[in-house]
Write a protein that binds this ligand. Structure first.
Ligand code: SF4
Length: 456
């Protein structure tokens, strides 16, 4: 168990404890500050270390931030010495490393020294630099301007073993589908007057293509009436077994520009193991069908899936690259509460994960892709990250805007979270809709009123 004499540091320290999987260890921490000198003492099982560091901060708020950073770093060093482990992002445990980089740049400093102080490896410092360069045009265009619109369709054919999302197997919730679509359409129409400029529209899931085409078309029509003119319109169609030519044609007619075909892996054995009921042949057919309509296509892959080796992952990545999609998103497997995987294993041990990530970076770079957005989650295999890669000029605005939180995100549907962003991300106010479908249907009007107030 972790104890500290400084309560506001507890949460930060626990992030590092979890990183090392040291939740069961007895660790004691004390903190003291004398001007610019920050001193953290850590002890566990007879080992005692004191870490003194100099941090320059103006004002109490900044001093508190430095205290958190110094404590995190001290505990990282301590546990690293004790266990012999290091991690690619060092003591950085936040979801958005790029935000930290932008904050440094805003202060007129390069971010590399701070990242290196946090023991972030050179390779990751370079990846962040490449992400910032690739997303710059969108970042400058959308920062503090316009809104993104997210539409939630939380239905899937079956549940994947690693999924903690609210989505339910479609057969179990189909009885709500008609009401859901109607309520959603009403919510979308309620956004008239709230949207000043739709930077992008993103229909996500779940697996939006689970829904019948007539319902999807009603949703597209409402979106076009309310958000007409958005340059980017993504449908995260999802699982290849839900693709039909009719649905793709409807997307084309509705002005959809980007479609996600999400194989996760091209290994049929793995697909069975992780609870997806499509095959890699279906993925290839779905991809070809979507490509015929000229959509920008995103392909999602996951590194570290149950039972996969580095060679398995490399085969999937090579197959994805051979299709030449506009975007490839590489996720590191994540152990999430509420997933079947979490019930089965206490912690993720994917021995080849670093090799998989290294391969994805070198193969995608060699194929002409650049990383354009990046985020991390708690409990990711090898404490790695998720990276969206794009062909030149094909960065997805929705992903950049929402990941960097540079403009407001207006979200409708069950489990959707609207964010009003002030000052290009300096302050954010949120509004969450109920996650389960019956509660959402019951509270949609109330949510609409609250959203109007949030964006008034
Ligand atoms: S397709 Fe996505 S949302 Fe649906 S069960 Fe699988 S991981 Fe969850």
């Amino acid at each position: 168990m972790l104890t500290t004499d400084t309560s506001f540091l507890f949460a930060e320290l626990m992030d590092v404890v979890r990183l090392f999987g040291a939740e069961d260890a007895d660790i004691s921490h004390t903190f003291a500050r004398d001007g610019v000198n920050y001193v953290n003492a850590v002890s566990s099982g007879g080992t005692v270390r004191t870490f003194s560091d100099v941090w320059h901060a103006e004002g109490e708020l900044a001093a508190k931030r430095c205290a958190k950073r110094s404590a995190k770093l001290a505990l990282y060093e301590f546990l690293s010495e004790l266990t012999g482990k290091t991690f690619p992002w060092g003591a950085l445990t936040g979801i958005r490393p790029t935000k930290m980089a932008y904050a440094e740049l805003a202060e007129g400093r390069d971010f590399a020294p701070l990242f290196k102080k946090f023991r972030v490896c050179e390779e990751n410092v370079n990846i962040v630099r490449r992400v910032l360069a690739e997303q710059r045009a969108l970042y400058e265009k959308n920062r503090d301007a316009g809104e993104d619109v997210f539409v939630s369709l939380p239905f899937c054919p079956t549940k994947c073993e690693y999924c903690s999302f609210i989505t339910a197997p479609y057969a179990a919730v189909k009885k709500y589908a008609a009401d859901y679509a109607e309520t959603l359409v009403k919510e979308i129409y309620s956004l008239k007057g709230t949207i000043t400029r739709a930077n992008s529209v993103y229909i996500g899931g779940g697996t939006p293509f689970c829904l019948e085409n007539d319902k999807l078309e009603r949703i597209y029509a409402a979106i076009n009436e309310v958000c007409g003119g958005a340059e980017e319109f993504t449908v995260e169609a999802g699982r290849p077994d839900t693709f039909t030519d009719e649905k793709l044609a409807a997307c084309k007619r509705a002005g959809v520009t980007r479609i996600c075909v999400n194989p996760q892996t091209f290994s049929d054995e793995t697909l069975v193991r992780i609870g997806r009921r499509h095959t890699s042949a279906q993925t290839l057919r779905a991809y070809e069908a979507a490509a015929r309509y000229g959509f920008d296509i995103n392909v999602d892959l996951i590194a570290g899936l149950s039972g996969e080796t580095a060679a398995d992952f490399a085969r999937s990545l090579d197959t994805a690259v051979s299709l030449s999609p506009a975007n490839v998103t590489v996720h590191s497997l994540c152990l999430k509460s509420g997933s079947r995987l979490k019930e089965e294993v206490a912690c993720l041990r994917v021995s080849d994960i670093d090799e998989m990530i290294a391969y994805s970076r070198s193969a995608l770079t060699a194929a002409g892709y650049e990383p354009y957005y990046l985020y991390r989650q708690k409990y990711q295999a090898g404490a790695n990250e998720n990276i969206g890669w794009c062909r030149p000029g094909k960065a997805c605005a929705y992903n950049v805007d929402t990941m960097e939180e540079i403009c407001s995100d207006i979200a409708v549907g069950a489990g959707a979270i609207s964010k009003r962003v002030f000052g290009g991300g300096l302050r954010i106010e949120r509004l969450a809709s109920p996650k389960d479908i019956p509660s959402y249907l019951a509270k949609a009007d109330e949510i609409t009123r609250k959203r109007r107030a949030l964006f008034a």
